[in-house]
Design a protein around this ligand. Structure first.
Ligand code: ZN
Length: 421
């Protein structure tokens, strides 16, 4: 017998309404107690406890990460098999400004979506998972969890992120970072400069070389660096100097070309000065490709909360997220919900305030409802999941996404992401 979707709809709405005080209490608690990447012990424990109390089976420390969890709820519809839908929760904060990226909203909307499906009490074919993914702000918790097999068996994954507008199809940039160290030779800068090799000049030449390429980079290129070591004293020729670059683009192939440009600039710096180059690249985040089938279902339910859902503009500015890596291995969506005006960007103190404001609260409630309803649609009509997977396969054939095996292989080329201390 088919699921009565309309009756289920009413029960999910009622569940979210009943859960609202609990979700907002959690959102404000996480907001008031910001924890940095891999140290989100309080938030992780609170979310895991609430999911367990709501009927989920919770695996704490999932994937070997102490502040990750995997909470599972089976719809138990007469043992009927069905899809596994993962809703992802981030909860790490930023140094200095707390929840300036509003991850408390991400965490508690995911919590609400999961709890609402369990609480609505309608048996459904399939499994809903809420996965607690630490360290989005550097550390790449989702990458570590995917490498550890935590997403095995998941058919579709999605999440939301607070922002300035409502979007479901916005992507993100592929990135990676490089640490550049030049080794020269120290000498008295006035008394014996002819005996020195200037490592700082090699760094400066690297920046000049990168800037010489900027006109020839695609519009989506983002190459930004800082000098992390420029020498110790003005009267010593620096024998060591260092810089860090972040290199981003819309797709990994072009991101690799940009990184090669930076490498050429650094080699030119070494050649020009005689300093020795030490080059250490770390794995970054993959670009996000929104699955259109899942995104359309998500958008329908987001619109139903009264929000205007915008398509991303063709030249939309974007950052990077480890959700991009999930989108490389399965159908995925990283939606955005507006909680602040356009003049208030993420990663600012004003955005921190917005994450606990009435608009932030509304995003928790609207997000929980839209994400629960999205899952309900896919459980009620598994052909949606089949279409989402077919779209993923088409993108795989076109080379737009990597697929799991190629993604794992590409990651092995890099130094492992920093693990929790
Ligand atoms: Zn964020």
């Amino acid at each position: 017998m088919a699921i009565d979707r309309e009756a289920w709809d009413v029960r999910i709405r009622a569940a979210v309404e009943e859960l609202t005080p609990q979700l907002l209490a959690s959102s404000h608690d996480i907001h008031a107690n910001p924890e940095l990447a891999f140290r989100e012990h309080r938030a992780c424990a609170r979310l895991a406890d609430e999911l367990e109390a709501g009927g989920f089976t919770v695996e704490r420390g999932a994937g070997g990460l102490p502040t990750a969890f995997k909470a599972t709820f089976h719809g138990d519809r007469g043992g009927q098999p069905g899809p596994t839908i993962a809703i992802l929760a981030e909860y790490d904060a930023l140094p200095g400004i707390g929840h300036g990226c509003g991850h408390n909203v991400i965490a508690t909307s995911a919590l609400g979506a999961g709890l609402a499906l369990a609480k609505a009490g309608v048996p459904f074919p399939g499994t809903v998972m809420v996965v607690g993914t630490p360290a989005e702000e550097g550390g790449g918790g989702k990458i570590l969890l995917a490498e550890a097999g935590v997403f095995e068996g998941v058919d579709v994954a999605y999440m939301l992120h607070p922002s300035q507008t409502n979007m479901v199809k916005r992507g993100s940039l592929a990135n990676s970072r490089v640490e550049i160290v030049f080794h020269g030779r120290a000498a008295h800068a006035a008394g014996a400069p002819d005996l020195g090799i200037n490592a700082l000049e090699a760094i400066i030449q690297t920046f000049v070389g990168v800037n010489a390429r900027r006109l020839h980079m695609r519009d989506d290129a983002r190459v930004h660096g800082i000098i992390t070591d420029g020498g110790k004293a003005v009267n010593i020729i620096p024998d060591r100097a260092a810089a860090r670059f972040s290199v981003r683009a819309r797709d990994r192939a072009y991101q690799r070309r940009l990184m090669e440009m930076v490498h050429q600039a650094a080699e030119a710096g070494a050649l020009a000065t005689g300093a020795r180059l030490e080059w250490t690249e770390t794995r970054g985040y993959s670009n996000m490709i929104a699955n259109a089938v899942v995104a359309d279902v998500f958008a329908k339910h987001l619109s139903a909360t009264g929000r205007q859902v915008d398509e991303p503009r063709p030249n939309q500015r974007m950052g990077s997220t480890d959700m991009g890596d999930i989108s490389q291995i399965m159908p995925a969506v990283h939606a955005y919900l507006g909680i602040a005006p356009r003049s208030v960007p993420n990663h600012t103190a004003d955005f921190t305030a917005a994450a606990a404001s009435p608009a932030g609260n509304q995003a928790v409630v609207d997000g929980a409802l839209a994400m629960a309803q999205t899952a309900a649609d896919m459980f009620a009509d598994p052909s949606l999941v089949e279409r989402a997977k077919a779209e993923f396969q088409e993108r795989l054939a076109r080379g737009e996404v990597a697929g799991y095996d190629a993604w794992i292989e590409a990651g092995q080329a890099y130094t492992p992401a920093p693990r929790p201390a």
